[in-house]
Design a protein around this ligand. Structure first.
Ligand SMILES: NC(=O)c1ccc[n+]([C@@H]2O[C@H](COP(=O)([O-])OP(=O)(O)OC[C@H]3O[C@@H](n4cnc5c(N)ncnc54)[C@H](O)[C@@H]3O)[C@@H](O)[C@H]2O)c1
Length: 260
C-alpha cells in the first residue's frame, strides 16, 4: 500500500483523526499538503515536515486560492482526504437555522467545494489508476440519532454526494475514485464534546463514564482510536482499492452490521 510521492491534500489535519491520517500517509511515503483552520494544524504539519496551507473549508475563496497554490506548486493532486468536520448535539426544535447551516457548511458543503475546486487537479494525476478522494461521513450518515439531526443530515449528504461524484467523474472519463468512510465513535475532541456537554447538564456523571457507556454498546466493547481509521483511508488512497468507487465503508467494529 505504498503512496510514495503521491501528492495528497488532507483537510482538518490538526484534529484527532486528521493527525493519525497525516502520520500514516507520511509513513507510506506521500508528498503531503496538510490544511486546517488558520494555525490549528500547523504543529501537525510541522511534525510531519509537510507543507501547510491555512484553509477554512467553509470558504469558497479559500478553496479557490488553495487549488491555485497547489496547481502552481505541485501541478496536480493524486489524493484528497476531506477530514474536517464539526458536531452538534442539540434537539431539532432548539436548533437555530444558523447552527443548522453551520453544521451543513463545515461537514457537507465543504466536501462539495473541495470537489468543485480540486477536480481539475485530481484529473491531472498521471497515476496509472488515477487519483482517489476519501470523504469523511459517519455512522450518523448511515442512520439517524436523536439529538444529532443537523449532523446526521450533513453526513448523510456526504454519503450521496460521494456516490454521485464518483459516477459523474467516471461518466466524464475522469479517472478519480471517490469513496466515503463512516467511523463509529473514535476517541477525539469531537467525540468527547457532546459528552462534556451532557456532563455539564448533569445528565452523565463524567466523561469517562460517558465514554464507557458508549463503548459498552459497541461490538468489541471499546471506542475506536484515530489509528483504527487511518489505515482504511490509506487503503482507499492506494492502488489496492483501485476497483472501489462510490462505496461507503463503516469503520465501527461491526456496529452497523447488527440486525435491527
Ligand atoms: N471522532 C468520531 O467519533 C467521529 C465519528 C464519525 C465521523 N467523524 C468525522 O471524522 C472527521 C474528523 O473528526 P475528529 O474526530 O478528528 O474531530 P476533531 O474535532 O478532533 O478534528 C476536526 C478538525 O477539523 C478542523 N476544522 C473544523 N472546522 C474547520 C473548518 N471550517 N475548516 C478547516 N478545518 C476545520 C478542526 O480545526 C479540527 O482540526 C470529522 O469529519 C468527523 O465528523 C468523527
Amino acid at each position: 500500500m505504498s503512496l510514495t510521492g503521491r501528492r495528497i491534500l488532507v483537510t482538518g489535519c490538526g484534529g484527532g483523526i486528521g493527525q493519525a491520517v497525516s502520520k500514516l500517509l507520511l509513513e507510506r511515503g506521500a508528498n503531503l499538503i496538510l490544511s486546517d483552520l488558520e494555525l490549528h494544524g500547523a504543529a501537525a504539519a510541522n511534525a510531519c515536515k509537510a507543507r501547510y496551507l491555512s484553509l477554512d473549508v467553509t470558504q469558497e475563496h479559500a478553496w479557490r486560492s488553495a487549488a491555485a497554490t497547489i496547481r502552481d506548486d505541485y501541478g496536480a493532486l493524486d489524493g484528497l482526504v476531506n477530514v474536517a468536520g464539526a458536531i452538534l448535539l442539540q434537539p431539532l426544535v432548539e436548533t437555530s437555522l444558523a447552527d443548522y447551516r453551520r453544521i451543513q457548511s463545515v461537514n457537507h458543503e465543504s466536501v462539495f467545494l473541495s470537489l468543485r475546486y480540486c477536480t481539475t487537479l485530481l484529473a491531472a494525476s498521471t497515476l496509472e489508476h488515477g487519483a482517489a478522494v476519501v470523504n469523511f461521513s459517519s455512522i450518523y450518515g448511515l442512520g439517524g440519532q436523536p439529538g444529532f439531526s443537523a449532523y446526521c443530515a450533513a453526513k448523510g449528504a456526504v454519503r450521496l454526494l460521494t456516490k454521485a461524484a464518483a459516477l459523474e467523474f467516471a461518466a466524464n472519463g475522469q479517472r478519480i475514485r471517490v469513496n466515503s468512510v463512516h467511523p463509529g465513535p473514535i476517541d477525539t475532541p469531537l467525540a468527547r464534546a457532546p459528552i462534556e456537554q451532557l456532563v455539564k447538564q448533569g445528565k452523565v456523571a463524567s466523561i469517562e463514564s460517558g465514554m464507557n457507556r458508549i463503548a459498552s454498546g459497541y461490538p468489541g466493547g471499546r471506542i475506536g482510536q484515530p489509528d483504527d481509521v487511518a489505515g482504511v483511508v490509506a487503503f482507499l488512497l492506494s492502488d489496492d482499492s483501485r476497483f472501489l468507487n462510490g462505496v461507503e465503508i463503516p469503520v465501527d467494529n461491526g456496529f452497523t452490521a447488527r440486525a435491527q
